[in-house]
Design a protein around this ligand. Structure first.
Ligand code: BES
Ligand code: MN
Ligand code: ZN
Length: 504
């Protein structure tokens, strides 16, 4: 999608549709200038329709008068001051969400070219943080236009171009263009993450995921390393090898590295990349297996974040470490009762082969910790328990470093991604201690998300570490979670949070 800044007067703007985002309450006031150009026809339409600017609601009008677009789509932001974040982040999210709702509606009307009117002179909402507001418009536009159409035979093309129209006063500054570009880059990366997660498991497997990472690394100037089973033996990664033993596709550990000349900090982003989770011999029931192509959402978010880190030339060293594996059944498959040895030497008794995410993370977290990063963050669709606890809007965060946990929560809020902390008491670790081994991979159902996190904490070598359980938010099947910037299927959760963590 092409995204550009326009400073033309509204009479001159040529577009198939003009989007205007308005807060609930003073809709007419916010649209006064535009209404004048339409000779009052906009106000008439608003009055007859009863449109009040409620969140996600749109009103399409075909006004007469002196504007260059045949149709205006008014989009409600609701009350931009209410929401789950701080005042500033609530407003930015209202803009992001409304831009997505408007673009989605325009796309449904087969519009090719839209203009988004940013009325600097009008509501307070635009004035506080102009760059951030423009970035939110760009993010919303790209995220709202997203569809996964790879396997649809009759695909209708979507929106091709979005012009962000900066109305009187604001000159076409370099900052404005940079903000739009930042939003486009991070949202396009989120769409790459969505494509990877939505990609069916016969297309996206450990080897093809590694191939895609190799190509992406090459085009974006990232260093790329991949280890197959032989090398993983040498690397003493016995836990991930155990998980992959039942699959015909060889297990891969993929390392992407962004390395600027003078790096301020080193971040390690670790992703669970189970390209299909059947549960293994502790087989999942059919219903639970239906969406398990999405069990590589953490890995996919790491890919999107590394692509963005390179594109934005962030001043930190970033390691993306992905454990890519299929969890399958079969004669060679991992058996309950087996003992595995992870890279850091700890032994694990496998009680349930469906608790595989923590096994592969044990190896890649151990490796990441050895690189002495300033912080480690892992993203994993780790537990059903996190979904039960959080619902489908909020990721669970735990870790060993409250300062970094706070930074991650704030980075999420700035991105419009909700993250909430669960406690990691030492009793949760007690539950994971093994009878014949150092650890076992299950410790009872209650507090399952915290027990899984406590297990992971044994593999970070005491480095500052944050764990994001994204099982609640990575994949939306039911209508309950639907918002205009979140399509059904993969959400791409985590990309924007990770990028904000690098750029705040
Ligand atoms: N990938 C699943 C967790 C999951 C469930 C993600 C639903 C997304 C939606 C994970 O590998 C798993 O199976 N976890 C088990 C752990 C249990 C066996 C201790 C779970 O949560 O049931
Ligand atoms: Mn599982
Ligand atoms: Zn899993």
């Amino acid at each position: 999608m092409k995204l550009e800044i326009q400073t033309q007067a509204l009479e001159q703007v040529r577009a198939d549709a003009l989007l205007v985002l308005v807060a609930e309450g003073n809709v007419l006031g916010a649209l006064a200038g535009l209404n004048r150009l339409t000779g009052g026809s906009l106000a008439a339409a608003l009055e007859y329709s009863g449109f009040a600017g409620r969140r996600d609601k749109t009103l399409s009008v075909y006004p007469s008068g002196k504007i260059g677009a045949p149709r205006v789509i008014v989009v409600g932001m609701g009350n931009p001051d209410s929401g789950p974040f701080s005042a500033e982040h609530n407003r930015l999210h209202a803009i992001r969400r409304a831009a997505a709702a408007g673009v989605r509606e325009a796309q449904a009307q087969k519009v090719k070219h839209v203009g988004v009117l940013v009325p600097w002179g009008d509501p307070q909402i635009w004035k506080d943080a102009r760059g951030a507001a423009l970035q939110a418009v760009a993010e919303g536009a790209v995220l709202g236009a997203y569809r996964y159409t790879t396997y649809k035979s009759a695909e209708t093309p979507g929106i091709e171009a979005v012009d962000v129209i900066i109305d009187r006063g604001a000159r076409k500054s370099r900052d404005a263009a940079a903000a739009i570009e930042r939003g486009r880059v991070v949202a396009e990366a989120t769409c790459l993450t969505r494509d990877l997660v939505n990609g069916p498991p016969n297309e996206v497997n450990p080897v093809t995921l590694a191939d895609l990472c190799r190509k992406m690394a090459k085009s974006h100037g990232l260093k790329f390393t991949v280890w197959g089973p032989e090398e993983l033996e040498k690397q003493r990664m016995g836990a991930i090898l155990g998980v992959g033993r039942g699959s015909r596709v060889p297990t891969q550990v993929i390392i992407l590295e962004h390395r600027p000349a003078r790096a301020a900090k080193t971040f390690a982003f670790c992703g669970k990349g189970v390209t299909f989770d059947s549960g293994g011999l502790s087989l999942k029931p059919a219903d639970s297996m239906e969406t398990m192509k999405g069990d590589m959402s953490g890995a996919a978010a790491v890919v999107g974040a590394l692509q963005t880190a390179a594109a934005l030339k962030v001043p930190h060293r970033v390691l993306g470490v992905i454990g890519a594996v299929e969890n399958m059944t079969g004669g060679a498959a991992l058996k309950p009762g087996e003992v595995l040895r992870a890279r850091n030497g700890k032994t694990i008794e496998v009680r349930n082969t469906d608790a595989e995410g923590r096994l592969l993370l044990a190896d890649i977290l151990s490796w990441a910790a050895e690189q002495n990063p300033d912080m480690i963050i892992d993203l994993a669709t780790l537990t059903g328990a996190a979904r039960i606890a959080m619902g489908s809007h909020t990721a669970a965060v735990m870790g060993n470093d409250d300062a970094w946990i706070g930074a991650v929560i704030r980075a999420g809020a700035a991105a419009g991604e909700r993250i909430w902390q669960l406690p990691l008491w030492e009793e949760f670790l007690d539950a994971m201690k093994g009878e014949i081994t150092d650890l076992k991979n299950t410790g009872g159902r209650n507090g399952g998300a915290q027990k899984a996190a406590a297990f992971l904490g044994e593999f970070v070598g005491g480095r500052p570490w944050v764990h994001l359980d994204i099982a609640p938010v990575a994949y939306i099947e039911q209508s309950e979670g639907l918002a205009p910037h979140l399509p059904r299927g993969a959400t791409g959760f985590g990309v924007r949070t990770l990028v904000n963590l690098l750029t705040e």
